[in-house]
Ligand binder design. Structure first.
Ligand SMILES: Nc1nc2c(c(=O)[nH]1)N[C@H]1C(S)=C(S)[C@@H](COP(=O)(O)O)O[C@H]1N2
Ligand SMILES: [Mo]
Length: 254
């Protein structure tokens, strides 16, 4: 049997402990807030902590993202006959000569680019995709695009690997004038639904949608679906990305 004094001491000790825990919690909150406020901002003016959360989100996404996860597809009869046109960076020039266009590809970082013609691309197996296209501005629509799987293209031209074994981490695409540019993680580019696209609704891709060749990548938001590809290169570091430079999360994954 404990005597009264021992019991009282135990109660006081408990009260002290819960008070200390409560005070500690308060200090912790204030401290965290001060720490957060004091963090340096990144190149986009986002506080370092926010940037770190976004980066963590990206890592998480990398971890759970798999090639077997497919974007939902729809019957082509549901596709918009005249999809909306959005984003004109790097495609403003309406007189752009699609006939003399060639895709330039840097096989290894810093290498002299080689050229690929649209006929060489059209000679590869063709595939179609009808899916819900989503723009970060808050609209979406069902679109029907056709072209060659990005993965098939890379395999055909033996691209994307450093030494025939290890893959580069990223692929970069830019418009011919360099006015718009995106970086893509290799896994997303190699996704079976990612296509280098030259057709819309079974007809030649209209110039306002990125003729002669655009990217269609259903696992990403609209921003990554670069229109009028001019240059492709590979890198282990994140390539420059137009909207990431303006504060958007790099992945733009759905
Ligand atoms: N070259 C280029 N491609 C671009 C953009 C752009 O501004 N320039 N905008 C992107 C954005 S934000 C969207 S939503 C889609 C829209 O594609 P669409 O005009 O074919 O519907 O293009 C993407 N690709
Ligand atoms: Mo967009």
């Amino acid at each position: 049997m404990e005597d009264d004094k021992t019991v009282e001491r135990k109660i006081r000790r408990r009260q002290f402990l819960s008070f200390a825990a409560f005070a500690g919690l308060g200090l912790g909150v204030v401290g965290t807030w001060r720490w957060f406020r004091g963090l340096p901002e990144d190149e986009n003016g986002l506080p370092g902590f926010t940037r770190r959360v976004l980066d963590f989100d990206e890592k998480l996404n990398d971890g759970i993202f798999s090639q077997s996860h497919l974007a939902k597809t729809f019957p082509t009869t549901m596709a918009s006959a005249k999809p909306r046109v959005n984003g004109r960076y790097g495609v403003e020039d309406e007189d752009f000569d699609t006939a003399s266009w060639k895709l330039r590809v840097e096989k290894q970082p810093g290498a002299e680019p080689f050229e690929v013609s649209i006929d060489e691309i059209k000679a590869l197996p063709k595939t179609d995709i009808c899916f819900q296209f989503k723009c970060i501005e808050g609209w979406d629509e069902i679109v029907h695009y056709g072209g060659v799987r990005f993965a098939d293209f890379l395999r055909h031209f033996n691209l994307g690997q450093k030494d025939g074994r290890d893959w580069h981490n990223y692929i970069a695409l830019e418009t011919p004038d360099g006015g718009y540019y995106v970086g893509l993680d290799m896994k997303s580019a190699m996704h079976p639904q990612s296509i280098l696209c030259y057709e819309l609704n079974g007809r030649p891709l209209p110039v306002e949608h990125g003729a002669p060749l655009r990217l269609v990548i259903p696992v990403k938001y609209g921003v990554k679906n670069l229109k009028r590809i001019g240059l492709m290169y590979f890198s282990d570091d994140k390539p420059r990305d137009y909207w990431h430079e303006r504060g958007y999360v790099y992945d733009a994954a759905l």
